[in-house]
Design a protein around this ligand. Structure first.
Ligand code: SF4
Ligand code: MG
Length: 322
């Protein structure tokens, strides 16, 4: 299948300033050189603890944040440095669904206007055309048509996320970056919203980058999964191999933490020691080495590169040097 999005050695650093003169004293290495590709129609899950850089990666890909270096190639076009009208044009092709739908919806705006705003901004459609499109979108996301005349506060969390999804769909994007779209919702509504996203993916030919902090949420959504740790991508594989045979010691710990529904199957949970180090001053060599039970001498010296060790299964770890 064709590649829709390719990210090459992407870095996003934030400068930090300190002291009386607010001089630059360092960088937060939020995203520190990640590479991956997403094929058309595919869902790539991007997983990692909070602060690992997954949201920053998502925002940088959408060019909501400026990349420090690296390349973003969307639909065959290098968009790393596109600006102005060209950037505006590309913006129609990708949309973001946020974690907290309420914070991203204007409380003073009627839902109909919330959803039609991107269409109004980007196209010259008439009010009547807009209205029928919004009604159609409301139906697609499972909301009644009279939602058009209501305000965001009149809806539950799950319904608000449906409004956010309708808005994201309004311009018929090719790529949707969903940043923890269900983590603010009750468990009972989470699967409804996930199922809706899957249905819409089929119907609208969408490609998803699905960001989450744990592996259980992305399990049903993703075709492939990438695991991030401290700004780096440590493993990427198709879903089946990642859950069945995680290779990176960090992924192994994450997989071991997924609750096992069958009580007859005993699972050994790997408890990680220590905390995630600061992205301002990440450990030398493998960023995971202070917490890794398999760490060897070279792990503190040399940063392992992400490389394919089985067909379609890439890992960044010295255990797989051969
Ligand atoms: Fe552990 Fe070394 Fe592999 Fe890093 S490179 S995960 S420290 S074994
Ligand atoms: Mg986040």
């Amino acid at each position: 299948k064709d590649v829709l999005l390719e990210v090459q050695h992407l870095k996003t650093y934030y400068p930090i300033h300190g002291g009386f003169f607010r001089k630059k004293i360092g960088d937060v290495k939020a995203v520190d050189g990640i590479s991956f590709a997403i094929r058309k129609g595919e869902t790539l899950g991007l997983v990692g603890e909070s602060g690992c850089g997954k949201s920053t990666a998502g925002r940088t890909i959408l060019r909501l944040l400026e990349p420090t270096s690296g390349k973003i190639i969307f639909d065959g076009k290098d968009i790393t440095e596109v600006k102005g009208t060209s950037l505006r044009k590309i913006r129609q092709d990708f949309q973001m669904v946020f974690q907290d739908p309420y914070a991203s919806l204007n409380p003073m705006q009627m839902v109909g206007d919330v959803i039609s705003e991107p269409i109004r901004n980007f196209t010259g459609k008439s009010t009547n055309q807009l209205k029928s499109e919004v009604m159609n979108l409301l139906t697609k996301v499972g909301l009644p048509e009279d939602a058009y005349y209501k305000y965001p506060h009149e809806f539950s969390g799950g319904q608000r996320q449906r409004i956010g999804i309708a808005r994201a769909l309004a311009l018929r994007p090719k790529l949707i970056i969903a940043d923890e779209p269900v983590s603010a919702l009750d468990v009972s509504v989470q699967s409804q919203v996930l199922n809706l996203l899957k249905e819409l993916q089929q119907e609208f030919d969408l490609t998803f980058l699905f960001i989450a902090h744990d592996l259980s949420v992305v399990k049903h959504m993703s075709d492939r999964i990438g695991v991030m740790y401290l700004g780096g991508l440590v493993e990427i594989a198709d879903k089946k191999s990642l859950y069945a045979e995680p290779l990176h010691p960090y992924t192994q710990a994450l997989v071991s933490a997924i609750p096992e529904p069958d009580p007859r199957k005993k699972k050994q949970r790997i408890i990680l020691q220590g905390d995630v180090p600061s992205p301002i001053d990440p450990p030398k060599g493998c960023a995971f080495h202070p917490r890794c039970i398999h760490a060897m001498a070279e792990c503190a010296q040399t940063k392992p590169a992400l490389k394919e060790v089985r067909p379609g299964h890439q890992v960044a770890c010295h255990l797989y040097n051969s």
